[in-house]
Write a protein that binds this ligand. Structure first.
Ligand code: SAH
Length: 243
């Protein structure tokens, strides 16, 4: 059964409430009844068991019983940075990357990315991405919603303080395969760059290398940016994480 998110829960025992669309879904679709024990998460890394005390279409009251050991969070801390794409593609990236266990998502603007929308529109997009990440979390039973960051410029992105054990810039002209890094590197915190549809320029790749990024290949085929995001997260979770 899917997880429900109640950000206010810090510890057990406690009381909790599921409201709005989630309550409707729980009572009308899942037909959850008084007495049923379900799993809830605070979205910040803690899971709890909870018993339904009362259920109506707009409100489910819960007794939060006990904290559970989270089993779905990767030990690997992945920060995924995505060159800005059109709305639907960005939605897809955050949805899939959440399921692949990333901890942080930073969209960025670069030479060949789509132009920056105005600030007001950007605020709305961030809210939308946060909500997509939350929905994706419920479906994949994670305990921690990835942090969605304000988009940055490429140069600012390269100077983010970290700490990161491994900084990888995926580039279609690179020859290093990430699998060959295993053994040479131990990594708990990995920083991944995926370019926009137009890719990275040579100059941008030079800048990234100067800042300690390793340019890496995802094979001889050119992938769509959103496919490259999924492939890189899967691969890195496989090499250093829990896939
Ligand atoms: N416009 C470029 C491709 C950009 S693909 C061209 O047509 O040549 C978008 C992004 O996906 C790239 O910036 C890169 O980060 C990633 N990517 C796609 N295919 C890749 C590959 N084979 N190896 C590494 N990265 C890849």
């Amino acid at each position: 059964m899917q997880k429900f998110i109640i950000p206010e829960i810090i510890e057990a025992p406690a009381k909790g409430t599921i409201k709005g669309q989630d309550a409707k879904h729980a009572s009308r679709v899942l037909r959850l009844k008084k007495g049923t024990v379900i799993e809830v998460s605070n979205g910040q890394g803690k899971d709890f068991s909870a018993r339904i005390v009362s259920a109506s279409a707009d409100r489910i009251e819960l007794d939060i019983l006990e904290e559970l050991v989270p089993a779905t969070e990767s030990p690997l801390h992945i920060t995924l940075c995505s060159g800005m794409l059109k709305d639907k593609k960005m939605d897809q990236v955050i949805k899939d990357a959440t399921q692949l266990g990333i901890r942080k998502w930073i969209p960025f603007f670069s030479e060949r990315s789509i132009p920056s929308p105005d600030a007001k529109r950007m605020e709305k997009r961030i809210e939308r991405w946060e909500s997509i990440a939350g929905e994706s979390l419920k479906q994949c039973r994670r305990s921690r919603v990835p942090e969605v960051c304000l988009p940055l410029g490429f140069e600012t992105l390269l100077t983010l303080p970290g700490p990161f054990d491994l900084k990888l810039a995926f580039w279609e002209k690179a020859s290093i395969k990430p699998g060959t890094l295993k053994g040479k590197e131990t990594a708990d915190r990995v920083f991944i760059l995926i370019g926009p549809e137009g890719g990275f320029s040579e100059k941008e790749m030079d800048q990234a290398r100067q800042k300690g990024f390793i340019s890496c290949s995802l094979g001889p085929r050119i992938l769509r940016a959103e496919t490259a995001s999924i492939a890189s997260c899967t691969l890195i979770q496989h090499i250093f994480g829990d896939i």
